[in-house]
Design a binder for this molecule. Structure first.
Ligand SMILES: NC(=O)c1ccc[n+]([C@@H]2O[C@H](COP(=O)([O-])OP(=O)(O)OC[C@H]3O[C@@H](n4cnc5c(N)ncnc54)[C@H](OP(=O)(O)O)[C@@H]3O)[C@@H](O)[C@H]2O)c1
Length: 306
């Protein structure tokens, strides 16, 4: 017997049952007219689960590359976004463009490696959003490609303060506002360099490895506050950060060879995952680091002419 037709509360199951398996071959429109209220609530429930409308977000580093795609993806879902970057004129030009497109996006000039700038940034966020932050995307990160023995102590400090200390401190500052939302979501931009060894990226990989562990720890420490914590880990995504290295055609050939999908990624292929991780539809996902890498991190041995 087809349970879906026994009583209205089972209606949710209906979609999963093939019509041919039901003795009563009623159509969806019959269900709609028979149980209009329940059908409406199913629709309502469905749209709420996939919506971010009216939520507030801070996305760091939103004027270029992956951060910019995240800002635009979230704003496209109706999120009220605040972002930051160091270059004021680039930030202003982005804000103007977004305003022209009808997006509700604001910005602060901020170098996330500076403690004072981070505090000022979170003051702006608190004031703008009335103390309630639903989404925090810790996106800023940098890279200095060198064999590890050649890195200077200044370079070490720059990498640690930009890639990890900033993220750690912004999370601390944001915690009361995320908690106040009662449905907070933190997303970190990690990297495949935290999973596999990449040439001349030992320190960058270590900072992203630290982010991965922070992702897991915050999931456990902040679960009680209804704050989820996840990370996205990209491989080569076409942005200004990797423009120079990707101008070497031979190098790109090597990159594509170890990428099962055989191509580089686009920023909006990362931002779509970030949006999903912030939606109620992903409400039971926390502590996860998801690679966006065309399969690179699971690739074993595939000879070039195999
Ligand atoms: N692209 C890739 O292939 C790739 C792969 C794996 C992981 N990732 C990660 O993805 C994230 C974004 O990278 P991306 O490639 O999109 O970089 P990108 O194109 O260089 O863009 C970086 C953005 O962050 C801002 N920014 C940089 N340093 C900042 C600082 N200290 N304070 C505030 N804002 C800062 C930049 O603006 P200003 O310069 O004006 O500050 C810009 O808006 C990074 O964490 C990176 O490690 C990228």
């Amino acid at each position: 017997m087809c349970d879906a037709f026994v009583s209205p509360p089972s209606l949710l199951i209906l979609k999963k049952l093939p019509i041919s398996s039901c003795p009563n071959r009623s159509t969806k429109s019959t269900i709609r007219s028979k149980y209009p209220i329940i059908h409406a609530s199913v629709n309502q429930n469905h749209s709420n689960r996939w919506s971010l409308h009216g939520k507030t977000a801070l996305v760091t580093g939103g004027t270029r590359g992956i951060g910019r795609a995240i800002v635009e993806e979230l704003a496209g879902h109706g999120v009220i976004v605040h972002t930051c970057a160091r270059n004021e004129s680039e930030l202003n030009s982005c804000l103007k463009g977004w305003l022209d497109e009808g997006f509700e996006i604001t910005g602060s000039v901020c170098d996330v490696s500076s403690q004072r700038d981070r505090e000022k940034l979170m003051d702006d966020v608190s004031r703008l959003f009335g103390g309630k932050l639903y989404i925090l995307v810790n996106n800023v990160g940098t890279n200095i490609r060198k064999p590890m023995v050649e890195l200077t102590s200044e370079e070490f400090s720059t990498m640690m303060s930009t890639n990890f200390e900033s993220v750690f401190h912004i999370c601390q500052l944001a915690h009361p506002f995320l908690k106040a939302s009662r449905a907070g979501s933190v997303v970190f931009t990690s990297s495949v360099s935290a999973f596999v060894s990449l040439k001349s990226m030992t320190l960058q990989g270590a900072t992203k490895g630290a982010i991965n562990q922070l992702t897991k720890n915050l999931a456990c420490e902040w679960g009680k506050d209804d704050i989820r914590s996840n990370a996205v880990a990209p491989w080569y995504i076409k942005t200004s950060m990797v423009e120079q290295v990707l101008s070497n055609k031979e190098y790109v050939k090597e990159v594509l060879h170890c990428t099962p999908l055989g191509r580089l990624g686009n920023p909006n292929e990362v931002s779509s995952l970030v949006a999903f991780l912030c939606m109620p539809a992903s409400s039971y996902i926390t502590g996860q680091i998801i690679c966006v890498d065309g399969g690179m991190s699971v690739n074993g041995f595939y000879p070039r002419h195999g």
